[in-house]
Design a protein around this ligand. Structure first.
Ligand code: NAD
Ligand code: IPM
Ligand code: MN
Length: 355
């Protein structure tokens, strides 16, 4: 049988609760569609940090590099500063494996209530394509003259030509596979005078190669407003690391719940493993209660199977999620139900087995 080697990192908080449900559904898909998953689990987390002073071992990336994909829950827990935990585990994987595309679907699923009035599922169905390795998330900068009147902090935002062109190109290529063939660029070239005009310039240049694709661009502030007022305008939205981060929580919120939002951190050249994780974090406020929605994790598993060439199995998972929600199956509290994390995972796994 086809075999895929998966590195599993549940991480912190609800990551420990949603990851097993993701695996339950992946296992059902593997049995149903005749492939094998070889799982290796890593307990890297804030707990590890408190014991060892490290989020992952020094050779962590080496340990992961021979896997076909990484399947991650969430990282971050009170007691460890967020920049320590995230820059100790999640971000080194994204950057070390050159996962420069963060692909985040925003889709109103049938049977899910959007906070927006009178919106139908087909009206909210787009992708956020987020630059995932540079931009505002840079380690260039620092704190000078600490503790004095002259104290200041700075952090450089860096857009390389290669990094900018490749993410914009990915967005255009994705749009070419979709019926509407439209790309929207998130910018802020009115207020940010070096990086964002450059982003606009590279976007316009790339657009020339795709005459079939319709384009537009908005400054990030009004773009946030349009996400709420006109989500039907969007097909593929491309943004820098920070803008893409913000849009990829806003998009799922207008589509009903951050709990269902999936994401893929992709190295399209497949030089390194890609990583699949829900958009949400470790949710300390609900962790331990087993009420977290596992759908974001499960849907991320479907994106992983798609990436691994198991398109039919991926489709069976997304179909099963949609069917469960459309037919009023068990749902967690964020979607107005009473079901627990495990109930939802089991129901989807069951549906996949029968797909
Ligand atoms: P969060 O996504 O963890 O939680 C935000 C809110 O959404 C909370 O009220 C939470 O209960 C709710 N929520 C999130 N996921 C849910 C789910 N599956 N089902 C139901 N409700 C859900 O964001 P935060 O509170 O800003 O961050 C908490 C921690 O997670 C921090 O340490 C942060 O840095 C980290 N974080 C990690 C990732 C990641 O690992 N990729 C992403 C975002 C935040
Ligand atoms: C995400 C998260 C991370 C990010 C944080 C936790 C560093 O918000 O995956 O969207 O900003 O990329
Ligand atoms: Mn985020």
């Amino acid at each position: 049988a086809r075999t895929h080697r998966i590195a599993v990192i549940p991480g912190d908080g609800i990551g420990k609760e949603t990851t097993p449900e993701g695996l339950r559904v992946l296992d059902a898909a593997a049995r149903r569609f005749g492939f094998e998953l070889k799982l290796t689990e890593y307990d890297w987390s804030c707990e590890t940090y408190l014991k060892t002073g490290k989020m992952m071992p020094d050779d962590g990336l080496d340990q992961l590099k021979d896997s076909d994909s990484v399947f991650l829950g969430a990282v971050g827990w009170p007691g460890v500063p967020d920049h320590t935990s995230l820059w100790g585990l999640l971000i080194p994987i994204r950057r070390g494996f050159d996962q420069y595309v963060s692909l985040r679907p925003c889709k109103l699923l049938p049977g899910v209530k959007t906070p927006l009035a009178n919106r139908e599922p087909h009206e909210i169905d787009f992708y956020v394509v987020r630059e995932n390795t540079e931009g505002e998330y840079s380690s260039v900068g620092g704190r000078m003259f600490p503790g004095t009147d002259r104290e200041f902090v700075s952090q450089q935002s860096i857009l390389t030509r290669t990094g900018t062109d490749r993410i914009i190109k990915y967005a255009f290529e994705l749009a070419m596979t979709r019926p509407r063939k439209k790309v929207t660029s998130a910018t802020k070239s009115n207020g940010i005078t070096f990086t964002m005009p450059y982003w606009d310039e590279r976007f316009a240049e790339m657009a020339k190669n795709y005459p079939e694709v319709t384009t537009d661009q908005f400054h990030i502030d009004i773009l946030c407003a349009h996400f709420v007022q006109h989500p039907d305008w969007f097909d593929v939205v491309v943004g820098s690391n920070l803008f893409g981060d913000i849009l990829s929580d806003l998009g799922p919120a207008v589509a009903g719940s951050i709990g269902v939002a999936a994401s893929a951190n992709i190295n399209p050249e497949k030089a390194f493993p890609s990583m699949f994780e829900p958009v949400h974090g470790s949710a300390p406020d609900i962790a331990g209660k087993w009420i977290a929605n596992p759908i974001g994790q499960i849907w991320s598993g479907a994106m992983m199977l798609e990436h691994l060439g198991e398109a039919q199995a991926a489709r069976a998972i997304t179909d099963s999620i949609e069917k469960l929600l459309a037919e009023g199956g068990p749902r967690t509290r964020d979607l107005g139900g009473q079901a627990g994390t495990v109930d939802v995972g089991k129901a989807i796994a069951e549906a996949v087995s029968r797909a």
